[in-house]
Write a protein that binds this ligand. Structure first.
Ligand code: FAD
Length: 409
């Protein structure tokens, strides 16, 4: 027996959940909407946790997606520090950590992702941090005040961003990564060469093509030992070792899961349970654009999926066709923007000048543009987005793509 009824239940107070609530309101949804979120903070932007908020140039309030008045104005109920422990999709009820049982009309699962933890010797030592929430950034910043040697484990954007932020705060940073070069997995070889030079020039030491073996120290971490036997001094470690979709609730509710560990969804983001949609980092959807199921961990995609789920709840079920967009800031040194999916690329075309720090890289596969990166060339990014969305055939037009006007392609 339920304690009460809500018309729309949103599980997870990240950008996907908050965007769904906002879009429901804007779309004229007149029922009661409840966001249940595990974290102590109201919905906030996660990206500053490795950038301005970590640097101390942006405060907590500036990270919040909305102020208190917004939630009141929207006649929306926000329950923070509240986990949904159980979902019964046949009875359409959710059991909260407060023991309350809530019956829902429609539901959105937007439970996001958790950090990928590495179980190596010494992993329990003090001074080793993961970064997902603002609270993690608080702890890293506090530890960084005393730290002399910081090690970032990982070669992707979190490790690069934290290395840039902490280097700007005057810390000596070393990155230890499995990859041959930073950001190469997402951005490809050409852009990765640019970021390798940039990081080194700013004083970040790079240990590449080498794994993490163990941590050493008494109570606090003192050294990182790599797979090749190299030892790197460290009194602060930040792990940038990826994220795994949080599907604990979905799995226990019996929802179908996908190949990348997310919740399997149709093109319209509907899950295998009637009346339940998914959005954000844990949503693995049938992408018409990519011709397969994909799961994307980008802020703007999570936002757009929350909005698309709201539209579906309002009766507008459409395939989600958004071209994925992502950005990363390395302190005030450089901002890179990305559209598309990088994993498909067979060939890269560079436009502009890597040396001058103003360039774009088009990623091609099967005679089409499948992804593009821009540092300071926003127009190229906009054209690439169009070419990706329209699946334009560019076979044999490499010269034009490299030196021509993209508007004409
Ligand atoms: C440090 C950092 C920097 C980033 N920088 C960028 C960037 O520069 N550009 C970019 O595009 N992307 C960036 N991202 C990725 C981006 O922030 C994510 O893609 C986005 O936050 C995903 O939103 P979400 O709503 O799906 O999930 P989340 O933001 O993870 O929110 C999910 C929420 O659900 C809660 N939850 C989980 N289970 C339950 C439950 N059972 N009951 C109640 N609540 C639950 C979680 O506690 C969490 O608060 C960054 C991520 C991190 C961690």
């Amino acid at each position: 027996m339920a304690d009460r009824h809500v018309d729309a239940l949103i599980v997870g107070g990240g950008i996907a959940g908050a965007a769904c609530a906002a879009a429901l309101h804007e779309g004229g949804f007149d029922g009661h909407v409840l966001i249940a979120g595990r974290e102590p903070d109201p919905p906030y932007e996660r990206p500053p946790a490795s950038k301005g908020y970590l640097a101390g140039t942006m405060d907590r309030n500036a990270c919040l997606l909305h102020d208190d008045a917004w939630y009141a104005r929207q006649n929306l109920e926000l329950a923070t520090r509240t986990s949904v422990m159980k979902l019964d999709t046949a009875a359409r009820t959710a059991t909260f950590s407060t023991k309350e049982v809530v019956e829902y009309g429609v539901a959105l699962l937007a439970t996001g992702a958790n950090v990928r933890r590495l179980r190596v010797d010494g992993a329990q030592l003090d001074g080793i941090h993961y970064l997902r929430a603002l609270g993690n950034a608080d702890a890293i910043r506090a530890d960084a005040e005393e730290a002399e040697h910081v090690v970032l484990v990982g070669g992707s954007y979190i490790a690069c961003e934290v290395a840039a932020t902490l280097t700007s705060l005057g810390r000596r940073c070393t990155m230890v990564m499995l990859e041959d070069a930073p950001l190469i997995t997402h951005f490809g070889a050409a852009a990765s060469g640019f970021f390798t030079d940039l990081l080194r020039r700013k004083g970040v030491e790079l240990v590449t093509a080498d794994g993490l073996e163990r941590f050493e120290g008494e109570e606090r971490v003192q050294r990182v030992v790599t797979a090749s036997g190299r030892t790197v001094d460290a009194d602060l470690v930040v792990m940038g070792t990826g994220a795994v979709p949080d599907v604990m609730l979905a799995r226990s509710a019996g929802l179908e899961l996908g190949d990348t560990g997310g919740v399997a969804c149709g093109a319209d983001l509907a899950t295998s349970a009637a009346g339940v949609w998914a959005a954000g980092d844990m949503c693995e959807y049938d992408s018409e654009l990519h011709g397969r199921r994909v799961r994307i961990e980008h802020f703007e995609v999570a936002k757009a999926q929350g909005e698309a789920a709201a539209a579906a709840m309002l009766g507008e079920r459409r395939p989600f066709r958004e071209v994925p967009y992502f950005w990363t800031d390395l302190a005030d040194w450089a901002t890179a923007e990305w559209v598309g999916l990088s994993e498909d690329a067979e060939h890269e075309i560079v436009r502009g000048s890597l040396g001058d720090g103003e360039f774009s890289v088009l990623h091609l596969a099967g005679g089409r543009v499948v992804g593009a990166l821009s540092v300071g060339r926003g127009d190229d990014l906009a054209h690439a987005r169009r070419l990706i969305a329209e699946k334009t055939d560019v076979a044999g037009r490499e010269e034009e793509l490299a030196r021509g006007d993209l508007e004409a392609v």
